[in-house]
Design a protein. Structure first.
Length: 455
């Protein structure tokens, strides 16, 4: 493609070092999509005849079918997916194929290809997120009445419905979906027609190209258009945050599935055993998800590092944008699909959950609220209940079984009804009526909301 300038063949080592077709071949559909639209723009500009444009489109579709079928042989000496397709097209149809690159650079060609690819990939990932949300909602809905301890600092804190806990992750994944949608909207601007750096003297109708390729508009600065990879950084950032959410869910799943907690059991299909210990049933999907989050972070940092020192406009360093992007997309895609399947098959153990929420200390804050409603300032109520908790710990008597005299000695604001009023889980949860709190009414309403939203 540049043989006119050079008198010597490239070093074989350079060819190995610089080729990208080994990983950018996956852009073939989008490269062909962009080229067919570009051929139509060249016809409008008077560079191609109608017959030449038709020959190009037919040749490209033929090549696309062969690549899809696995019968197309990519050549590393042609560097990348773009030159492999163009060279083969020219070999097949001759002169019209050699006209296709008129006014176009690989700089704006790859910029449009990666946007087209990511646009489709984001659509697929948003569907994966909805599938996982649906699996969580289904699991929550099947166990709407199960109550578990909520934790802070991994210490039992207050009772919550299991469904409320799962719905927290549904909210997180909704934000992930919104971030991907927002990044995709900002990305959906056409760079094609910007040339290598300064456009072209060929009168390419870029608005026509944008309509043909489904973009919302065209870029307004040719230098920015070919050097911009902000959209890739944004998507990697969104995927890294999504990975963080998956990792947090994984940590909960790992704890819940342990013998110490026993709140859920994962299916045999989604667990592994031990090569030594025959009793083991390991939550490897959750553990691997937690580990893969690190590579999602690494891919984001890798691309940011590649871009941070680049002058305008395109630099070959930017070839390094694809592998981190592809790896993160593949990682999240498989993880979301597998996680949805695993959570759909998980079983909740309501007996173990009920045993855990029998701990009366979960309602210590409710005991303080009882005093507040009786007119005791909260800080004073907090201290009173803290002393009662201390007494329960010293005597080995559960908080809800301390004698009434202990309560009355701690504060005269305690009435005879204190135990009956405070230490009842359904009553305590029903009182949590504020928006976002885990009353049964709120949880049921939020489940209904998400069912409708995902439908």
């Amino acid at each position: 493609m540049w043989k006119g300038r050079f008198a010597e063949e490239q070093s074989d080592l350079l060819k190995r070092f610089s080729e990208s077709v080994s990983f950018d071949a996956r852009l073939y559909r989008h490269d062909i999509q962009g080229s067919i639209a570009y051929a139509a723009a060249l016809e409008r500009a008077g560079i191609l005849t109608a017959d030449e444009r038709a020959a190009i489109a037919a040749g490209l579709r033929e090549i696309e079918a062969e690549i899809t079928a696995g019968s197309f042989a990519f050549r590393t000496d042609l560097e990348d997916v773009h030159m492999n397709i163009e060279a083969e097209l020219t070999r097949r149809i001759g002169k019209p194929g050699a006209k296709l690159h008129t006014g176009r650079s690989r700089n704006d060609q790859v910029a449009v290809d990666i946007r087209l690819y990511l646009r489709d990939a984001v659509t697929g990932l948003r569907g994966r997120l909805r599938d996982l949300q649906a699996a969580l909602i289904d699991l929550a809905g099947r166990h709407e009445d199960v109550v578990i301890p909520g934790y802070t600092h991994l210490q039992r804190a207050q009772p919550v419905y299991f469904a409320h806990h799962l719905l927290a992750y549904v909210e997180m994944f909704a934000r992930d979906d919104a971030r991907l949608a927002d990044a995709a909207r900002r990305m959906n601007v056409l760079p094609l027609g910007s040339g290598a750096i300064a456009g072209s003297t060929i009168p390419i109708d870029r608005e026509f190209l944008a309509r043909e390729l489904g973009f919302d508009g065209v870029t307004q600065n040719s230098m920015d258009a070919v050097s911009d990879r902000d959209f890739a950084c944004e998507i990697l950032a969104a995927l890294a945050i999504c990975g963080m959410h998956l990792s947090r869910l994984s940590e909960d799943v790992i704890l819940w599935a342990s013998a110490e907690f026993g709140f859920i059991e994962l299916s045999d299909r989604h667990t592994t055993g031990s090569s030594l210990m025959p009793q083991k049933k390991n939550p490897d999907i959750a553990e691997l998800t937690r580990g893969k989050t690190g590579r999602l972070y690494g891919n984001l940092v890798a691309l940011l590092t590649v871009l941070k020192g680049l002058p305008m406009t395109y630099n070959r360093d930017m070839q390094e944008d694809k592998e981190p992007v592809f790896d993160s997309l593949d990682t999240i895609d498989l993880t979301l699909a597998l996680y949805a399947e695993m959570m759909a098959a998980a079983r909740v153990n309501p007996v173990r959950a009920a045993e855990a929420v029998r701990d009366p200390l979960l309602l210590a804050t409710d005991l303080a609220d009882y005093l507040v409603r009786a007119g005791v300032p909260f800080r004073e109520a907090h201290e009173v209940v803290g002393k009662l908790v201390g007494e329960a710990a010293r005597t080995g008597v559960p908080l809800n079984e301390l004698p009434l005299a202990s309560y009355r000695a701690a504060s005269p604001a305690f009435g005879n009804d204190v135990v009956a009023q405070v230490f009842d889980i359904p009553t305590a949860l029903a009182a949590r009526k504020a928006v976002g709190a885990p009353s049964a009414v709120n949880v049921r309403a939020r489940l209904d909301h998400w069912r409708q939203a995902l439908a």
